[in-house]
Design a protein around this ligand. Structure first.
Ligand code: ATP
Length: 436
């Protein structure tokens, strides 16, 4: 054994110890200690022999240190749980297919296989809260509430509940941080109703999917996105709009714009319609309105989208107005006064913005109109907008070479975006069938 080999083995033993590969390190130490032992037997010079014995002693100490580390690590190891439950999964390939494995107890199955511990509620009327009523009744359909009146269909779902998804960015704002609204003092079922209306699944509508409407897009970006990026700039007189009203004929893309805000802006997005805020129980609708805004403040920055707002907040004081709906309107007005980056001290990046859409702005209560400070008219598309709409709608379709989109767009004056969409759908399916 050469000296070079001894030095090399010492070096390797130390390196492995530093890298945490203690088993290999110990092997090298043991080997080198034995080598030195043999080497010292051959040495005649007593002074040199003493030096080699000192080196050996130092290496023995190092070896003992590594050994004690290994012992400590072993003491941390937890005893493995009984493996009988997982045995069928581990040894799947060698399992005899003609023999069924023993059943796996529910509590030892993988989490995804485990059924949620759902409480089955009695249909018996115990209290007004416990029974299936308008809003809550929706939620009891298989635990996955669909909002019939919502244009998002099944997209609305509680954000703080599971996926976060980010959620689109926002999809996840609440969920990713594990943030969950503390509803102390409120009826839990009312909270569940509203949480279902927080969009967590991405509506997947991007600014590019919307033709024309550049002003509206710019305004919404300015109202929602920029205050979050530059909170210091959007203060005082430049404070963000607390309410934006989109007005225009049907089928011009108002709901699409709201969906694009939800997709692109990264705020918590509540999609509210009259069905969300109405209940047959006296006083509950007002509570829902109040709770909605409290949750919105909690999950801020938030955008509350109220589609067809005229159905919730029509003019007050008319003869056919019910007292209950009047109270809901009053609560909405009170709550809207307290939202937005209204004062100097408020942080614009924590704002709550109400985005509303209607076809009948003249039917909205005047006080509410005042609170919806910014109004955007979403007009019927212009000629260039119609051409763009045609192109968007015919994206995946093979169009004949002779088709002049600009000419068709010019001839479609007065058509809304929804009309153009219908025309494209019917004509593409007609030609597809004809060419078959
Ligand atoms: P309403 O006032 O009746 O609620 P709306 O203004 O909310 O209507 P949307 O629901 O946004 O209209 O649009 C209806 C359909 O029309 C959309 O699904 C889309 O296919 C088409 N559409 C309308 N405007 C546009 C647009 N600017 N760009 C792309 N598609 C559009």
């Amino acid at each position: 054994m050469s000296l070079a080999e001894i030095f090399d083995n010492v070096k390797k033993g130390r390196e492995y110890a530093l890298l945490g590969n203690y088993d290999s390190s110990m092997v090298y130490y043991q080997g080198v200690i034995q080598q030195i032992q043999k080497h010292t037997l051959l040495i005649r010079d007593p002074a040199l022999k003493v030096k080699w014995l000192q080196v050996r002693q130092e290496l023995v100490e190092e070896y003992e240190q590594v050994k004690s580390i290994v012992n400590t690590l072993e003491s941390f190891q937890i005893e493995k749980p009984p493996t009988d439950f997982s045995a069928p999964q581990q040894d799947e390939s060698s399992r005899d297919p003609s023999i069924w494995p023993p059943p796996i107890p529910v509590e030892h199955r993988a989490p995804l296989m485990k059924r949620p511990n759902r409480e089955i509620k009695p249909l018996r009327k115990e209290s007004p809260v416990g029974q299936a009523r308008g809003l809550v009744g929706r939620g009891q359909q298989g635990g996955r509430a669909e909002k019939p009146s919502s244009k998002y269909g099944g997209d609305s779902r509680a954000r703080g509940k599971d996926d976060k998804g980010k959620r689109n960015p926002q999809e996840a704002a609440g969920d990713a941080d594990g943030k969950k609204f503390d509803g102390t003092g409120y009826d839990k079922e009312l909270i569940d109703v509203l949480e279902r209306d927080i969009i967590s699944r991405n509506p997947n509508v991007h600014w590019d999917d919307i033709a024309d409407l550049e002003d509206a897009k710019r305004l919404l970006r300015e109202a929602v996105v920029l205050p979050m990026w530059m909170p210091d700039f959007f203060k005082g007189i430049r404070r963000p709009w607390k309410g934006v009203l989109m007005v225009g004929p049907p089928g011009t893309g108002k709901t699409m714009l709201a969906k694009a805000v939800a997709t692109e802006c990264g705020t918590t997005f509540f999609n509210v319609s009259s069905s969300t805020l109405t209940s047959k129980y006296r006083g509950e609708s007002e509570k829902l309105v109040r709770l909605l805004f409290e949750m919105a403040r909690y999950y801020a920055p938030t955008t509350i989208f109220i589609d067809e707002i005229d159905s919730i907040c029509s003019r007050r004081g008319t003869s056919d107005e019910h007292e209950a709906s009047r109270r809901v309107k009053s609560e909405l007005l009170i709550q809207m006064d307290g939202v937005g980056g209204t004062s100097e001290n408020e942080d614009p990046s924590r704002m709550v913005m109400v985005l509303a859409a209607t076809n009948f702005p003249w039917d909205i209560d005047e006080a509410l109109r005042r609170r919806l400070e910014k109004r955007v008219y979403i007009s019927l598309p212009s000629a260039s907008g119609r051409a763009e709409l045609l192109k968007i709608n015919l994206r995946g379709v093979d169009v004949a070479l002779g088709v002049d989109v600009t000419l068709i767009a010019e001839k479609m004056e007065g058509y809304s975006g929804a009309d153009i969409n219908n025309v494209c759908r019917s004509s593409t399916s007609f030609f597809a069938l004809k060419n078959r």
